[in-house]
Design a protein around this ligand. Sequence first.
Ligand code: S3P
Length: 170
Amino acid sequence: MNRHIILVGFMGTGKTTVGKLVAQRLSCPLVDTDHYLEQKRGKAIANIFSTEGERCFRQQEHDALAELVHSPQPQVITTGGGIVLRLDNVDLMKKNGWVVALTAARDVLIERLKKDTTRPLLTGDLDKRVDQLLTERKNAYDFAHVTIDTSHRSPVEVAKIVISKYKAVH
Ligand code: S3P
């Protein structure tokens, strides 16, 4: 592997699970921007949101991404769903990696996200929040080099597609 593989996508598209499988299969390191930030700050993402606010979180998320993409060793980098909201993040990812966007149908996302209680942006009426965020982020993931719909695919199937598409162009 000679370039970072960066996974982007809305919450619930399977970035973390697929990222783990891709890293395992390619025997390369795996890092996640949220996890990296939580370790660095000693604080959960939900806690950063509630005590410092989303704006502050977005700056810390940007700093974490900048550090991770500049690592000399190629790695699989999974990201938080909102990382694409900043254009400087999009530039960093496009310049420093091969970007894969994972997508899923609205109803599939809602089904997957139902069990989750930790995501700070999904408090309240889940269906409404997902609809709002999907609208706000329409086309935000389109800059990726490749897009894969995970709605009706297992994480292993998606990981295999990521790897074969990566190998086809590297
Ligand atoms: C967010 C997605 C989360 C996390 C934070 C904000 C978003 O990551 O970064 O709660 O804005 O979509 P996941 O996509 O891994 O859930």
